[in-house]
Design a protein around this ligand. Structure first.
Ligand code: PLP
Length: 395
């Protein structure tokens, strides 16, 4: 495929590694390949670079606390967002074995939701908070589900399919009222909206490198100082014993650089990228009958729009877009391949026919107005052609 013609609008699935990130990582493969745990200077010197990366991630999260050695030890590097999510929930349960209840929303990513199902299998009571037709959390039900036996609550900061932003500060406040720990899966939020953990009540937060122009296979877990943490990965003393295993040095360095770039680009994300997304949304919905945006119109990530096209199959739309070099997603990439409508749209009560037709466009700072204009031009033809073939389309 001719890469020059690729129009990549699937940034909630994964992002391109930023060229600056790649260049920063390069020396750590063949030149500075030492093990940070080694006693010799060659290996040990890498440790300072890892600490700089940790400081950059802490700055992006607004986590300003340092230990007496000046290290931002609230940040633990992990292998991905999924690992961070799993580690946070499992840690909360083993740190406080007396409490067994877990609360999460019905629209969590499988990294959290499947953990909920697994915990149920192991005998833990897990409650799932419902959402309304716009995907907004039912806060009254949320509070009813939490009590003094709740060990941990996990509510995502932003949804990967709709882009909905959830009121995590308010949720954390409520969880604390009952003595529960509060974790948020912020994999889609970090780098897209501001984060200030120093002024927050969030106890644990997950992020993932490949959603913010760092490579795949690296993530981080924020654990507020004073929060008891029980590691799931046991072994050596890396990450102060909280995540054993030789560090993925190059990727950690890359994540640090990506965090620095993301912090500098936050405003652009909320002006330039938001403007492109809005233009795309208006261009599509204004030119195609019965195309509607699904999700919360008010509290949404600046880069995401999920659009339902009545009476057409999402997969067929994606295939025709693919021929033109346009990459997007139908619902979550993780559920693509299954014929079930996404659990998020199900939870919102979106009718199956509309849910099956939903296409998620997720933009990044690398998209251009020309690309968006091209997609706006091509989409009406794609939908009209597919509707002509559709037995569900009332002509
Ligand atoms: N949480 C959310 C909201 C996500 O969108 C994703 C990935 O799509 C994950 C968790 C999992 O992250 P990773 O791919 O780094 O394991």
């Amino acid at each position: 495929m001719d890469d020059k013609k690729l129009i990549y609008l699937d940034n909630n699935a994964t992002t391109a590694v930023a060229p600056e990130v790649f260049e920063t990582m390069r020396p750590y493969f063949c030149e500075r390949y030492g093990n940070p745990s080694s006693i010799h200077t060659f290996g040990g010197s890498v440790t300072a670079d890892i600490e700089n990366a940790r400081a950059a991630v802490a700055r992006l999260l607004g986590a300003d606390w340092k230990d007496r050695h000046g290290k931002f030890t609230e940040i633990i590097f992990t292998g991905c967002g999924t690992e961070s999510d799993n580690a946070a929930i499992m840690s909360a349960l083993s740190a406080c074995p007396r409490k067994r209840k877990v609360v999460m929303s019905m629209v969590e990513h499988p990294a959290v939701l499947s953990m909920g199902k697994e915990l149920e299998q192991r005998g833990y009571p897990v409650s799932y908070v419902p959402v309304d037709s716009n995907g907004r959390l039912d806060l009254a039900r949320y509070e009813e589900m939490i009590d003094a036996d709740t060990a941990v609550v996990s509510i995502m900061w932003a949804n990967n399919e709709t882009g909905n932003i959830y009121p995590v500060e308010q949720c954390a406040e409520i969880a604390h009222r009952y003595g529960a720990l509060f974790h948020t899966d912020a994999v889609q939020a970090i780098g897209k909206i501001p984060c200030n953990l120093a002024a927050s009540r969030i106890d644990m937060l997950s992020l993932s490198g490949h959603k913010l122009h760092a490579p795949k296979g690296v993530g981080a877990l924020y654990v507020r100082r004073g929060t008891r943490f029980h590691p799931t990965q046991i072994g050596g003393h890396q990450e102060r014993g909280r995540r054993a295993g030789t560090e993925n040095v190059a990727s950690i360095i890359g994540l640090g650089k990506a965090a620095e770039l993301a912090l500098a680009a936050l405003e652009r994300e909320n002006t330039y990228v938001r403007d492109l997304r809005d233009r795309l949304e208006r261009g599509i919905c204004g030119n195609i009958p019965q195309a509607e945006v699904l999700g919360d119109p008010e509290h949404r990530l600046p880069n995401t729009t999920l659009i339902g096209f009545e009476a057409v199959e999402g997969e067929s739309i994606l295939m025709r877009m693919d021929r033109l070099g346009i990459c997007a997603s139908s619902g979550s990439a993780c559920t693509t391949g299954s014929l079930e409508p996404s659990h998020v749209l199900r939870a919102m009560g979106v009718p199956d026919t509309l849910a099956h037709s939903a296409i998620r466009f997720s933009l990044s700072t690398y998209n251009t107005p020309e690309e968006i204009a091209f997609v706006i031009r091509e989409m009406p033809g794609i939908i009209a052609w597919l509707r002509k073939l559709s037995p569900f389309w009332k002509k």
